[in-house]
Structures are given as C-alpha cells and as structure tokens.
Ligand binder design. Structure first.
Ligand code: FE
Ligand code: FE
Ligand code: ZN
Length: 278
C-alpha cells in the first residue's frame, strides 16, 4: 500500500488532521508545529493527542511528519536569529515527545554570505544542542533547491552535516522532488542515477520521507515553486516513477502541492494510488 498524505493545517489539532487525512484516503500527514513565522505554539491538548494515537492506529497510519517553521534560519549570521531557531526547535522536540516515534523536518538554512563551510559548522553545532540521547523523534534535513544561499541543495552538504553531528542516529533526510529538480538533480530522466548518488554520498538508509511535488520551474533553475502533481515540469509519469521505485516505494510520501482545498489533494492521492504497482 502506498503511504501518502499531504500538508494539513494544524490549527484544530491532531485529531482533525487525522480525520481530514482519512477523508482524502491518506494514511499520514504533514503539519507545521506552529505558525510559519515561528511564534508561540499552542499548548498540547492531551485529550486530542490520546484520541489521535488511538485513531491513527485503527486507521493504519504510518509515521507523521512535523515541519519546522520555514522562516527559521539555524545558520543565520545573526546570533539572535540563531538563538530563536534553537529555542523553537528545542520546544518542538519536547512537544513531539507527545507523539513519539514520528519525524520532524527542517530546512538547514541560508548562509547569507558567510559561505557554505561556516554555515555547515553552525548547523552541526545547532543540532548538537538540539538532539538528546533519549528522544523518540527522527529529525530530517530537507534537500533544498539552492535558491539564494540555501544550504542543502547538494547531497554532499547534507552528508557533511550528518557526519559532524554526535547523535546522528536521530538524523535522516527528507527528499523534496521539486527542490532536487530545481537544484539540478534530473528527476525526469535520471531517477536511478540520483538514487545511486544519494546512496553513495549519504546512504539510502538515511532517507526517511519524500516531499512529492511537481515544479513550476525548469530543471536546475534554483527556484523552489511547487506545482500540482502533473501540472509542472516534472510531470505525473516521472512522479509516479518516484512512488513506484523499488528503493522508495516503502517510504511515506507527502504532497506540498498548491491545492486550495482537500479535494485537490484527494484527487492527487487517488491518481497516485491508482498508478501504484506494489
Ligand atoms: Fe520544507
Ligand atoms: Fe518540501
Ligand atoms: Zn519548497
């Protein structure tokens, strides 16, 4: 069975997201831990969490994926910005322990002129402050498109971060198809070559989730604008080859496509399930 879900609004709690997921034939979902600006998160509602844990088991959910506010910059040159990112992520880690065994994705950040080497050192130090030996959440580094001065648009950069982090048993990677396409990994014509490279550089055992998105921009554009599945430059067939790839088909897939409502995601999920061969 294809493990697939989409990004949902967290404003009404876990149980509402789980019900929304079931209503579109999804068995997982992604959500922001707090508003994208990174403000204060809502208090965890223990009753909501308890209901969710039971419901998700009854409906055969796979792991869910939390997403850090995308405005955080853990490798900013400004110590205040870095401290804010640290505070938010530390708090998110504590909150994730209420739904143990799931995943938390974040953008490594933008080096804004400091250079990639300095940024990687900062991110390593950042993660060394975040990760705890006894935590039950796997933290995922997202592959980025390389717009502006983003870190993480090359597999080798993610590998360097992972290598530098002490408790890297708690680290994995989330591969975003729009981002890697825009970064210059040819999803349409060279998926197997990309996976060979990922395996050689990072190791496929680190790959824990896929953001399945089409792209509004051409290959290697370094842009990052998501398109609906089948309406971008990657196209339905290439994205269906991603879900059907024997090295990827077991992973959870998360749509971050520009749909206005649940029916748009339901449509994409139906088409991808229909084309799934396993
Ligand atoms: Fe992201
Ligand atoms: Fe993404
Ligand atoms: Zn994106």
């Amino acid at each position: 069975m294809l493990n697939i879900g989409c990004h949902l609004s967290a404003s009404n709690g876990f149980m509402q997201m789980a019900k929304d997921a079931v209503s579109i034939n999804a068995n997982t979902f992604q959500f922001f831990t707090r508003n994208p600006r990174g403000g204060k998160a809502k208090d965890i509602d223990k009753e909501d969490v308890k209901n969710f844990l039971q419901f998700s088991e009854e409906h055969n959910f796979t792991k869910i994926l939390a997403h850090a506010p995308y405005t955080l910059n853990p490798c900013s040159a400004d110590p205040k910005v870095r401290d804010f990112a640290l505070m938010v992520m530390k708090d998110d880690m504590l909150r994730m322990e209420y739904v143990p065994g799931n995943m938390y994705n974040f953008h490594p950040g933008s080096h804004v002129g400091q250079g990639i080497d300095v940024a990687i050192e900062i991110i390593i130090e950042f993660l060394n402050q975040i990760l705890q030996p006894d935590q039950h959440t796997t933290v995922l580094l997202e592959t980025m498109s390389g717009k502006g001065s983003e870190v993480g648009s090359k597999f080798a950069e993610l590998r360097r971060i992972i290598d530098g982090v002490k408790l890297n048993d708690h680290l994995g990677v989330c591969l975003d198809t729009c981002h890697i396409n825009d970064a210059g990994y040819d999803v349409v014509n060279n998926l197997d070559g990309i996976l060979d490279e990922f395996d050689a550089v990072i190791g496929l055992d680190r790959l824990k989730a896929i953001h399945l998105n089409d792209s509004k921009n051409p290959f290697s554009s370094h842009k990052d604008r998501h398109a609906k599945i089948g309406e971008g430059t990657i196209g339905f067939d290439a994205l269906s080859r991603v879900t059907n790839n024997p090295r990827l088909c077991h992973l959870p897939f998360f749509l971050e496509t520009p749909n206005d409502d649940l029916s748009g995601f339901a449509n994409e999920i139906a088409k991808l399930r229909n084309a799934y061969k396993f």
